[in-house]
Design a binder for this molecule. Structure first.
Ligand code: UAG
Ligand code: ATP
Ligand code: API
Ligand code: MG
Length: 485
């Protein structure tokens, strides 16, 4: 594509004279290919403008910037390169989201689970699916690694274009609050936006719950008919969450609600919990239907309701959606059992917020016959104020809490543990900073009928200590500890 043709989508007062061919666009010198347009982004760590020279040296043929940069290539100046990047990426890749049924899922907890449920439902209904989220990007059955839950505009639009080429029909995509604030999904034409729930997390970044909620709200306020005014848009909202009405108010799309306690268009009654999973009666505009999940806990019922409601607004027959959910055996690292023939239960779960930890522990309490060991830590360089709350939850709902490390990153692990300890009065807990040792201790001490919950890292296969990333998988460490008993 010629530079001038690409730049037509920007309201420029002055375009450069030169008109090179643009083969790719990027905001990262580590990904430059000859013929690229390099976009300078002011980031949280560094300023992309300082890499403009390196970009040109590596083959960039034009540079988009917010301020003058002295380079041997045409420079296009715009007031906000992040906003321009969203528009350019959408244009460069041919507006792929117009050709996809794009479902965005936001909320503090349950995004990965709900998006995988939605992906399964659409796939089982015969549609080719795409998935973008914490675990990976998936195009049909092909899995690609991803750094962020919600990638930046360029990676996103490139991925969508690839999906269109591969004949994908529906994409289920997790949309994080960071992505919404940073404009990573600007230019995406969502068809359905789903709200799971809102509770404390990421206050290191958003500072207040109001700001965090406002960030999530952007998915709903921007759910407009940006391309095709006749295409209906839907907001699928959890009616039980206190923040639900805020998102309803933010959107001009059709609102469809789901819930358990408050009146909602899709609701679950007669909820039964067993060790095999949660079952419930679905009440919907199509009447009553029985649903028997293989997933545990009330939170799984919420995720299932969100997925069923989404399927309904996209015209998937309810019976097909229910059948698909009933086949789903589990999501990696979410309430995942580790079994090596031991006579106690070991569960690895990604709960890394006070609310998710409480939900998981309440679910465990429903079937635990004896003691509950909770091995838990809190991430470094992340919300400090959730640490005492998570520690408190671990102590309230388990008999044997063990505080340990979870990706300390650049923080001192003992300082993180001290923040956790500040949240508890009683001395019932143990502090074992080394995560492997903490898991081994819980497993060695557990007796017949006990439950060991290893919380916080779920599917993660690493531990981040300082700048180093070392191999670490709770499931493998637990398995080995059981085998060594
Ligand atoms: C705090 C934060 O959100 N940071 C995100 C942000 O990076 P940044 O602003 O720090 O970028 P930077 O490192 O300062 O670089 C500025 C610019 O210089 C460029 N650069 C930099 C170095 C270089 O050698 N060459 C170069 O060109 C960079 O490509 C960039 O364009 O933009 C990057 C691209 O989109 C993201 O990868 C990065 O996510 C970091 C890795 C991260 O950890 N983010 C977390 C907090 C996050 O976003 N999490 C959410 C999920 C949370 C949840 O829901 O639980 C997510 O969506 O992943
Ligand atoms: N609807 C829910 N309500 C509360 N807690 C939930 C819900 N669904 C899942 N959880 C808990 O939250 C944990 C994380 O779930 P999941 O990975 O689906 O959420 P997420 O929103 O994608 O998280 P992240 O923001 O880190 O990507 C699960 O391991 C479980 O403990
Ligand atoms: N998306 C979340 C994941 C947290 C997982 C936990 N293991 C941690 O490292 O804090 C975050 O980046 O805050
Ligand atoms: Mg996720």
């Amino acid at each position: 594509m010629k530079l001038h043709s690409l730049l037509k989508v920007l309201p420029l007062t002055k375009a450069p004279r030169e008109n090179p061919d643009i083969n790719s666009i990027t905001n990262d010198t580590r990904k430059i290919e000859p013929g690229a347009l390099f976009i300078c982004i002011k980031g949280h760590q560094t300023d992309g403008h300082q890499f403009a020279n390196a970009a040109v040296a590596k083959g960039a043929v034009a540079v988009l910037a917010e301020k003058k940069v002295a380079v041997e290539a045409p420079v296009i100046l715009v007031p906000d390169t992040k906003r321009a990047m969203a528009v350019l990426a959408d244009e460069f890749y041919g507006h792929p989201t117009q050709r996809l049924n794009l479902i965005g899922i936001t909320g503090t907890n349950g995004k990965t689970t709900t998006s995988m449920m939605i992906e399964n439902i659409f796939r089982d209904a015969g549609k080719k699916t795409g998935l973008i989220g914490t675990l990976h990007i998936k195009i049909g059955d092909e899995k690609l690694e991803t750094k962020n839950t919600t990638p930046d505009n360029i990676v996103l639009q490139q991925t969508f274009a690839h999906m269109v080429e591969e004949g994908v029909h529906t994409v289920a995509m997790e949309v994080s609050s960071h992505a919404l604030i940073q404009g990573r999904v600007n230019g995406c034409d969502f068809d359905v936006a789903v709200f799971t729930n809102l509770s404390q997390d990421h206050l290191d970044y958003h500072e207040t719950m109001e700001e965090y909620k406002r960030a999530k709200g952007l998915l709903f306020s921007r759910l407009g008919n940006i391309y095709d005014r006749n295409k209906p848009k839907f907001a699928v909202i959890n009616a039980d969450d206190p923040a639900g009405p805020y998102f309803v108010k933010e959107t001009s799309a059709h609102v469809v609600t789901y819930g358990i306690d408050q009146p909602a268009e899709f609701s679950a009654g007669n909820i039964q919990m067993s060790v095999d999973g949660a079952s419930f009666t679905l009440h919907s505009p199509e009447g009553k239907q029985e649903v028997k999940l293989r997933l545990m806990g009330k939170f799984s019922v919420y995720n299932a309701l969100a997925a069923i409601t989404t399927a309904y607004v996209a015209n998937i027959p309810l019976q097909s959606a229910i059948h698909s959910l009933e086949q789903l055996e589990g999501i990696p690292g979410r309430f995942e059992a580790v079994n090596a023939g031991q006579d106690f239960t070991v569960i690895v779960d990604y709960a890394h917020t006070p609310d998710s930890l409480e939900n998981v522990l309440k679910t465990i309490q429903q079937f635990a016959k004896k003691r509950i060991f909770t091995v838990v830590g809190c991430g470094g360089d992340r919300d400090r104020t959730k640490r005492p709350l998570m520690a408190k939850v671990a102590c309230v709902y388990s008999t044997n809490p063990i505080f340990t490390s979870d990706n300390p990153r650049t923080e001192d692990p003992s300082a993180i543990l001290a923040d956790m300890e500040a949240g508890v009065q009683d001395q019932r807990y143990k502090v074992i900073p080394d995560r492997k040792e903490a898991i081994q201790t819980a497993i060695r001490e557990a007796k017949q009928g006990d439950v060991v919950l290893i919380a916080g890292k779920g599917h993660e296969t690493y531990q981040i200590i300082g700048e180093k990333v070392i191999d670490f998988d709770d499931r493998l460490v637990a398995m080995k500890a059981i085998e060594e008993l």
